[in-house]
Design a protein around this ligand. Structure first.
Ligand code: NDP
Length: 509
C-alpha cells in the first residue's frame, strides 16, 4: 500500500494498518478526521473468498426457492431493522468516511426508499408474464420470467458506503440471488453492519456475506466463479475488474466515475440554479460520482449566476463535527489530485472566486469555485472528486450542451431553463438528467441509474436495476396442432409456400 493516513495527531501510516491476530491478517479502519483506529477487520484471502462463494451456493438455492412472496417479509424485516438502528449506522458511516451527519442522513434516507421499492416491485418486474405469440405460432402460448443468476459478487466504493453498494445488493437480493460483498478498505465496518443486520433477519443461511480486505480481495471475488459481478468505483479499477471477469466470462455491471455538467440557460431561475449547483458541487465534500463538477452558464446571465454561487459557497463550513457543511476528503491520496486540479486550472488562466490552492488543508478541502478554466485542463476533463466547482461562460445554452457532451464521461447532468428544460435534457449525453434541480434522478427509486463511456455501463435502481440481476427465461408452449406445421419433415410440399404467402400478406404492406 502506498497511501498514508491523513495528517493529524494520531495519524496511522497505511503500512501500519495491517496486523496479525490469532493467525489472521487484519487491517484497521480509520476515522479520516483524526486518523484514529476504529476497528480491525480480516484481510480475506482468495481462499476465503472462494469459501464464501461456495457457502453461498446452497443459500442462493434456498433464497431463490422462497420466491418473491417468501422473500418479501424478510426484506421488509431487514428494512425495519435498519430503520430501528439508523442512528448507529449513521454514526458508523460518519466515523469511517468523516462525512457530516446530514450527508449520512441523505445517504440513509435514499437507501431505505430504494430497498422498499426493490422489495415491492421485484415480483411485478421479474415474475412470469404472458407475451403475445404473433400469427405464425398462434397455436402456442408464450411467457417470460427473469430468474436469479445465483451468487452475485458486489464490489463497492467508500464515498456512499451504504447507499451505493446497496443499489446492487438490494436489487440482487430482491431478484433472488445470494450476495458476497467486498466493501472498500476505507469502509469495511459499514459493509459488516449491513451483512450482520441481514443475518439477524435471515439467520443460519449465508445469503448475504461480506469479505473484507484490499484490492486483492476484490480481484479474488472477480475470479471466484460468481455468476455476476457488480462493481462501483473508479474507471481505472473498473477496467481491471472487467479484464479479470473476462477470464471466466463472468458478466459485469460497471458503475464508474463522472464529470457531471450543469447547463444554465438564459431563462433559468438563477437563484434556484445557484442554490442547486452549490449543493450538487459540495454535498459529501464533492465526493459524489454524479456530483456537479462543471457548470456552463449562458453569457447573458453569467455574472449574476456566478455572484449568487460565490456568495453561497463562501458561507459553507468544512469540519469534522456532525454539523459541518462538508466533511474531510475520505481517501488521503485524493487530496493531492484535488490540489493538482486547482493548481493546474489557475496556472492555465482560470480564476478562483472562492478559495484556491490554499483551500486544500488535509484532511479537509474548503470550497473552491473556479471561473474560465480551459476545457482541456484536468479540472474540466478529469474527475476531481472534491469540493471544486468550475464555472465556464458560454454564448448560450446550446453551446453549453455541446461542451458538456464533449467529456469522455457520461453519467449524470442537469439543465436549468424555464422554457427549454425537456428539450435541452434530451440533447445531453448522459444516463440521467435533472431539469431545474440536481441529482433528483438518484432519489427516484423507479429511475435507472448509470452511464456510458468512461462512466461504465449497465444500470442499478428501478426496473432495469432489477433486471441486471436476473436472466430472462422464455417459454413457448404448444396448445394445439396447427393446420400448417413447417417444423416437421412430414409437412406437405406446399406448406412453406403457404407460410411465405401469409407473411407477404401480413408484413408486405
Ligand atoms: P476504487 O476504484 O479505488 O475502488 C472501488 C472498489 O474496488 C473498492 O472496494 C476497492 O477495494 C476495489 N478494488 C480495488 N482494486 C481492485 C481490483 N484490482 N479488483 C477488484 N476490486 C478492486 O474506487 P473508490 O473506492 O475510490 O470510489 C470512488 C470512485 O467510485 C469514484 O470514481 C466515483 O465516481 C465512483 N463511484 C461511482 C458511482 C456510480 O454509481 N457510477 C457511485 C459511487 C462512486 P479497496 O478500497 O480495498 O482498494
Amino acid at each position: 500500500m502506498t497511501q498514508t493516513a491523513p495528517d493529524g495527531p494520531q495519524a496511522v501510516p497505511v503500512d501500519d494498518r495491517t496486523a496479525h491476530a490469532a493467525g489472521e491478517e487484519q487491517f484497521a479502519s480509520l476515522d479520516p478526521r483524526t486518523g484514529e483506529v476504529l476497528a480491525h477487520h480480516p484481510v480475506h484471502s482468495a481462499d476465503d473468498v472462494a469459501e464464501a462463494v461456495r457457502a453461498a451456493r446452497p443459500a442462493a438455492a434456498w433464497w431463490r426457492d422462497l420466491g418473491f412472496a417468501g422473500r418479501t417479509p424478510l426484506l421488509t424485516a431487514w428494512r425495519k431493522l435498519l430503520l430501528a438502528r439508523l442512528d448507529e449506522l449513521l454514526a458508523l458511516i460518519s466515523a469511517e468516511t468523516g462525512k457530516s451527519a446530514d450527508d449520512a442522513r441523505i445517504e440513509l434516507v435514499l437507501l431505505i426508499d430504494h430497498l422498499h421499492w426493490a422489495t415491492r416491485n421485484a415480483g411485478r418486474v421479474l415474475g412470469k408474464r404472458r407475451v403475445a405469440t404473433g400469427v405464425l405460432l398462434a397455436n402456442h402460448s408464450a411467457t417470460v420470467e427473469y430468474k436469479p443468476y445465483g451468487v452475485v459478487g458486489v464490489i463497492g466504493p467508500w464515498n456512499y458506503p451504504a447507499f451505493t453498494p446497496m443499489g446492487s445488493i438490494t436489487h440482487a437480493l430482491a431478484a433472488g440471488n445470494a450476495v458476497v460483498f467486498k466493501p472498500s478498505e476505507y469502509t469495511p465496518g459499514v459493509g459488516r453492519f449491513l451483512a450482520d443486520t441481514f443475518a439477524e433477519v435471515v439467520p443460519g443461511r449465508p445469503v448475504f456475506q461480506v469479505v473484507t480486505g484490499f484490492g486483492e480481495t476484490g480481484a479474488a471475488l472477480c475470479r471466484s466463479g460468481v455468476d455476476k459481478l457488480a462493481f462501483t468505483g473508479s474507471t481505472a479499477t473498473g477496467r481491471r475488474v472487467m479484464a479479470a471477469c473476462a477470464e471466466t466470462l463472468t458478466p459485469v455491471l460497471v458503475e464508474c466515475g463522472g464529470k457531471d455538467a450543469v447547463v444554465i440557460a438564459e431563462d433559468a431561475d438563477l437563484r434556484a440554479a445557484a442554490e442547486a449547483v452549490v449543493f450538487g458541487g459540495f454535498t459529501n465534500a464533492g465526493q459524489t460520482c454524479a456530483g456537479v463538477e462543471r457548470v456552463y452558464v449562458a453569457d447573458a446571465v453569467a455574472d449574476e449566476f456566478t455572484a449568487l454561487v460565490t456568495a453561497r459557497a463562501a458561507r459553507l463550513r468544512p469540519g469534522g463535527d456532525p454539523d459541518a457543511d462538508l466533511g474531510p476528503i475520505t481517501m488521503p491520496s485524493q487530496v493531492e489530485i484535488v490540489r493538482s486540479h486547482v493548481r493546474d486550472a489557475l496556472e492555465r488562466g482560470g480564476r478562483a472566486v472562492v478559495g484556491g490552492v490554499e483551500s486544500v488543508r488535509p484532511p479537509f478541502v474548503e470550497p473552491v469555485v473556479l471561473l474560465d478554466v480551459p476545457e482541456d485542463s484536468a479540472a474540466v476533463a478529469d474527475e476531481t472528486f472534491g469540493p471544486v466547482l468550475v464555472i465556464n461562460r458560454v454564448a448560450d445554452a446550446d453551446e453549453g450542451v455541446r461542451r458538456a457532451n464533449a467529456s469522455r464521461y457520461a453519467l449524470g447532468a442537469a439543465v436549468f431553463s424555464r422554457s427549454r428544460g425537456d428539450e435541452l435534457a434530451g440533447k445531453m449525453r448522459a444516463g440521467m438528467v435533472s431539469v431545474n434541480s440536481v441529482l433528483a434522478f438518484a432519489g427516484i427509486p423507479s429511475l435507472p441509474f448509470g452511464g456510458s463511456g468512461d462512466s461504465g455501463f449497465g444500470r442499478v435502481h428501478g426496473e432495469d436495476g432489477l433486471r441486471e440481476f436476473a436472466a430472462p427465461q422464455s417459454v413457448a408452449r404448444k396448445r394445439f396442432g396447427a393446420p400448417l406445421n413447417p417444423s416437421s419433415y412430414d409437412r406437405g410440399s406446399r406448406t412453406l409456400r403457404h407460410v411465405v404467402r401469409l407473411v407477404r400478406l401480413l408484413h408486405g404492406r
